[in-house]
Design a protein around this ligand. Structure first.
Ligand SMILES: N[C@@H](CCC(=O)N[C@@H](CS)C(=O)NCC(=O)O)C(=O)O
Length: 227
């Protein structure tokens, strides 16, 4: 059986999990918290050369990157595709996946997560409000404005859920877990798009599975009631 190592609320772990759920692949989930010394398994350095999550094990084959995992699962289990057949849509889905990891996560969600959870709750370092304010005033409008302009229907690309929606929405789940909001007046298309995507059955199942961990960390889940 496929094993996915990661943390239930991790943006990138969730991408692999939702892809497996959408494709009806049986998987086992192993919680590994890389930032807590002593938690990773003894062979963690081999499983994850970067030390990051997620990692997938399929028999003796391993991969340590969420996009690589999703593309591997797509090739191995072509039913319920997460990438479109049309060549331009295919390119656009990969673009949004890259934008989700390289921009939304790296410059918005990751700094907010570090400042509001990892610092104060794990490393005993208080939140630097100036960093949070700077991210919210400089990065957030660029990202939200870009997505607002890109959204024209239920999905980011084509007429079915793709890796683009999985990767982008996964970031917004964590953004909202942290208690940050999407201004519906300013970004109506983005707010509606995310509400609709969060109602997807595969996302609902992934989010239900991570609920105990999210509750334990005292994160917010009330935004899910609207989905
Ligand atoms: N490009 C990698 C990024 C993975 C990544 O940044 N994972 C984060 C969690 S979402 C992580 O492992 N953070 C723990 C750490 O920085 O120690 C992927 O897509 O899998």
């Amino acid at each position: 059986m496929l094993t996915i190592h990661g943390v239930p609320l991790s943006v990138h772990t969730r991408k692999a999990i939702i892809t497996a759920i959408l494709k009806k692949i049986d998987y086992r989930f192993e919680v590994v918290i890389p930032v807590i010394p002593g938690n990773p398994p003894a062979n963690w350095g081999t499983l994850s050369p970067t030390g990051l999550i997620p990692v997938m094990e399929d028999g003796d084959f391993t991969l340590a990157d969420s996009t690589a995992i999703c593309l591997y699962l797509e090739k191995k289990h072509p039913a319920s595709p997460v990438l479109p057949a049309d060549v331009k849509d295919f390119g656009r889905a990969l673009w949004f996946d890259a934008y989700a990891g390289g921009t939304i996560f790296r410059h918005l969600v990751h700094p907010l997560f570090v400042q509001t959870v990892v610092g104060p709750n794990i490393n005993n370092v208080p939140t630097d409000k100036a960093v949070v304010d700077n991210v919210l005033t400089s990065m957030r409008p660029k990202i939200f404005g870009y997505l607002e302009q890109q959204i024209s229907g239920k999905y980011l690309v084509g007429d079915a859920m793709t890796l683009a929606d999985i990767a982008v929405s996964s970031n917004f789940v964590v953004y909202q877990y942290l208690g940050f909001e999407i201004d519906r007046g300013q970004y109506p298309k983005l707010a509606k798009y995310l509400r609709d995507i969060l109602a997807n059955a595969a996302l609902q199942r992934a989010l239900a599975d991570e609920k105990p961990f999210v509750d334990q960390m005292g994160l917010k889940r009330d935004f899910l009631a609207a989905a």
